[in-house]
Design a protein around this ligand. Structure first.
Ligand code: SF4
Length: 305
């Protein structure tokens, strides 16, 4: 049995980044198309139609759907026997640098104090890697290139525990109302409830990884997702903040048990360009794309091929 080489893995992950920035997952495309069908405001309908043209062309031509190709975050679920596990961190950095050149994607990693751009999307703790070590020898990996405009309006709210679900709803509605058109709506809202300040924000981002077609398995949480979806859309912010029926494409919630005295709510806003790609990679180099209906990652052309 041949074993996957470092070079092959770097190449596959680079193609994964290209897939993410050029092609939306099917659930997001479907949600935008459904919003277009439902929308009653003519300006909003026109904007949604332009967004559909945008993602259709970017997929067809293999070019990024937005000039802001985001900051790269990796969600790694790796089997403890995956052959390249010890090198994986440097492989993810190398794939990020390579993608910056060959996709290409915009260099978006700057020193937070000096503002100096590293030029290759890497830097201190960036790309950020979320690690999960599991049994087995496969690698399941998601890349989330998240735009700065939508990250800008994400917020942590510490809700008084006595307010319960009512307080959670108020926190979310206030955050999205204040965000207005800044995060390029229609948006997806990832919400993390409980845990602690850091955990709530992280859960909010993890919630964005769940397809929009799946409601949370806890019926109470699923109901809250549905209610917030309807209430946020009744705010009337609309596509790009110019009014309309469509402010959010979906609301996904994750939760953790919390301290009795604290109810943190992490609200993570994600623009319509909700880019992500998930690959499953076996030790002998078999690669399956889990997020998109594309059977072979190597059919995605990189610059110069
Ligand atoms: S918020 Fe999203 S759609 Fe808007 S500029 Fe940033 S990446 Fe692009």
């Amino acid at each position: 049995m041949t074993t996957l080489s470092r070079e092959q893995l770097v190449d596959a992950l680079t193609r994964g980044i290209k897939l993410a920035v050029t092609s939306l997952p099917q659930d997001v495309k479907d949600a935008i198309k459904q919003a277009y069908e439902r929308e009653s405001n003519p300006v909003a309908k026109k904007i949604l139609s332009s967004i559909i043209d945008n993602f259709t062309l970017s997929e067809k031509d293999g070019i990024p759907m937005c000039q802001d190709t985001g900051t790269i975050t990796w969600f790694v679920k790796v089997g403890k026997d995956f052959p390249l596990i010890r090198e994986l961190e440097s492989i993810l950095q190398e794939a990020t640098r390579k993608a910056t050149k060959v996709v290409p994607i915009r260099p978006n990693a700057v020193d937070p104090l000096t503002g100096k751009n590293s030029g290759d999307n890497t830097g201190r703790f960036i790309p950020w890697i979320n690690w999960e070590i599991v049994d087995g020898d496969d690698l399941e990996i998601t890349v989330l290139p998240k735009g700065g405009g939508s990250e800008y309006t994400s917020q942590l709210r510490m809700v008084s525990p006595g307010l319960g679900i009512k307080g959670i709803k108020e926190a979310v509605l206030k955050t999205i109302f204040e965000a207005g058109g800044k995060p390029c709506p229609p948006i997806i809202v990832g919400i993390g409830i409980g845990g602690g300040a850091d955990i709530a924000m992280k859960l909010g981002k993890i919630a964005l990884l769940r397809p929009l077609t799946l409601r949370h398995q806890n019926p109470k949480v699923a109901q809250l997702e549905e209610e917030l979806f309807n209430e946020l859309n009744s705010l009337g912010i609309g596509p790009m903040g110019l009014g309309g029926d469509t402010t959010v494409l979906g609301v996904n919630i994750e939760y953790a048990h919390r301290h009795p005295a604290t109810l943190p709510v992490g609200i993570v806003t994600q623009c319509w360009a909700a880019r992500k790609a998930t690959l499953k990679i076996t030790p002998n180099g078999e690669i399956t794309v889990l997020s998109h209906n594309i059977p072979n990652i190597f059919s995605i052309k990189l610059l110069g091929e």
